[in-house]
Design a protein around this ligand. Structure first.
Ligand SMILES: [Zn+2]
Length: 328
C-alpha cells in the first residue's frame, strides 16, 4: 500500500487501504514535466492521509501536484478531495452531477433518517431490527469525506484533459454513480476506468431512497454497451479495485450477461409473490449482513425497477407497507 508503481508511460498505480471487506482502492498518479495529476483520493482516514504524506515526501521528484480529478462521488474516490485541494491549492475537477450529489448527501450527516428513506426500506421488507441499525448509521456517507471544496471545475463527456504528456478523452458512464468519469488515452491505449469497469467484482448498481423509482440498471447496461463501442478491445484497463487488466470487451459482456441472468432468475422466482429481501439469494452468493444491507436492497431494487419498467412484474403492497412483486 502507498507505493506508486509504473503501469504506463508517466502513469503510476497507487494502492490505498479501505476499512471494509473491500480492503483497497487503486488511485492514479500521472507525471508531467511541471507537476503531477492525482486521479481519485482514497477515503478520509488518518491512514490514507499518512500514506499520501509519504508519497508527497518521497515520490514526487520535487514537483508539485497541479491537478486533482475525481471519477465519481463515492467516499473511497472523493473522500480526501477537500484535503488534497487544501494541501496543494488545487481546484477539484469532477462531473457536475456527482459534485452536486456529493454535497447534498453530505448535508444529511447529523440529521435523523427521513421518512422517505424509512418507507423505502419498509417497502423492501427489511425487519425492524435492521431498520434500527440503518437509522443509527444514517449520515455515514458524509463522515467518510473531508469537507468538500466550495467550488469545482466541471468535466463532462467528450472533454479532453492533458495528463502524463498526453490527451485523455472523457467517457461518462452511468448506473453505478450518476455521472461517472472514465479517461481514455488513445496514444497510450490506456483507460482509467474507475468503478465503471472492474475485473473481478461487479460494481454496485443501486436504487436509493431519494429516487425510489430510478432505473439505474438500464443506465448501467446502456453504459456497458456504449463502452464496448468507445474503447478499443486491446486497451489496458486501470480499474479502481483489483488488478489492471486486458480484455475490456469480454469483461463488459460478462457484466451484461450477469445482470441478464439475474433478471431471469428474479422473473422465475416471482412466479410466486416476493419482496425485495426475499430475492437476495437469487442475486448474492454470500449472506447479507447489516453492513451491506442497503447495497443489497439497492441492487435488488435496481433489478426490480428494471423489470417493472419493462412490464415484466406487477406490484402490490401489504398491511405492513411491504411491496410484493409477481410475474405478469
Ligand atoms: Zn464507486
Amino acid at each position: 500500500m502507498g507505493q506508486p508503481m509504473v503501469v504506463a508511460d508517466g502513469v503510476y498505480w497507487l494502492r490505498m487501504p479501505l476499512p471494509f471487506s473491500l480492503n483497497h482502492i487503486n488511485l492514479w498518479l500521472l507525471e508531467d514535466n511541471d507537476g503531477w495529476t492525482i486521479v481519485d483520493t482514497g477515503i478520509n482516514t488518518l491512514a490514507t492521509k499518512e500514506l499520501w504524506q509519504q508519497v508527497f515526501d518521497h515520490h514526487l521528484k520535487n514537483k508539485p501536484v497541479n491537478q486533482l480529478i475525481v471519477t465519481h462521488l463515492h467516499p473511497d474516490h472523493v473522500g480526501l478531495a477537500g484535503w488534497l485541494c487544501e494541501v496543494w491549492q488545487l481546484e477539484l475537477q469532477m462531473s457536475r452531477t456527482d459534485y452536486m450529489a456529493c454535497r447534498v448527501l453530505m448535508s444529511d450527516t447529523g440529521k435523523p433518517a427521513p421518512k422517505a428513506a424509512i418507507d423505502f426500506y419498509q417497502r423492501a421488507g427489511v425487519s425492524d431490527e435492521q431498520l434500527a441499525v440503518y437509522k443509527n448509521k444514517f449520515g455515514g456517507y458524509g463522515k467518510s469525506i473531508y469537507p468538500m471544496p466550495d467550488s469545482f471545475i466541471r468535466l463532462q463527456d467528450n472533454d479532453t484533459v492533458a495528463m502524463a504528456g498526453q490527451q485523455w478523452h472523457i467517457i461518462v458512464g452511468r448506473g453505478h454513480a450518476p455521472e461517472h468519469l472514465c479517461f481514455m488515452c488513445p496514444a497510450l491505449n490506456v483507460l482509467i476506468a474507475g468503478d465503471q469497469l472492474l475485473p473481478s467484482i461487479s460494481s454496485n448498481v443501486s436504487v436509493w431512497p431519494t429516487e425510489p423509482h430510478a432505473n439505474p440498471l438500464k443506465d448501467w447496461l446502456d453504459s456497458c454497451a456504449m463502452l464496448q463501442q468507445r474503447i478499443p478491445a486491446d486497451v489496458l484497463v486501470l480499474p479502481s479495485h483489483g488488478q489492471v487488466f486486458f480484455g475490456a470487451h469480454q469483461r463488459l459482456q460478462r457484466l451484461i450477461d450477469g445482470h441478464e441472468k439475474s433478471l431471469l432468475k428474479i422473473i422465475a422466482a416471482c412466479s410466486k409473490p416476493q419482496r425485495n429481501v426475499d430475492l437476495f439469494s437469487q442475486l448474492f452468493r454470500r449472506p447479507i449482513t447489516d453492513d451491506v444491507l442497503t447495497l443489497a436492497v439497492g441492487e435488488t431494487q435496481a433489478h426490480l425497477n428494471y423489470l417493472v419498467t419493462h412490464n415484466k412484474l406487477q406490484t402490490s403492497t401489504d398491511d405492513m407497507g411491504a411491496n410484493w412483486y409477481q410475474t405478469l
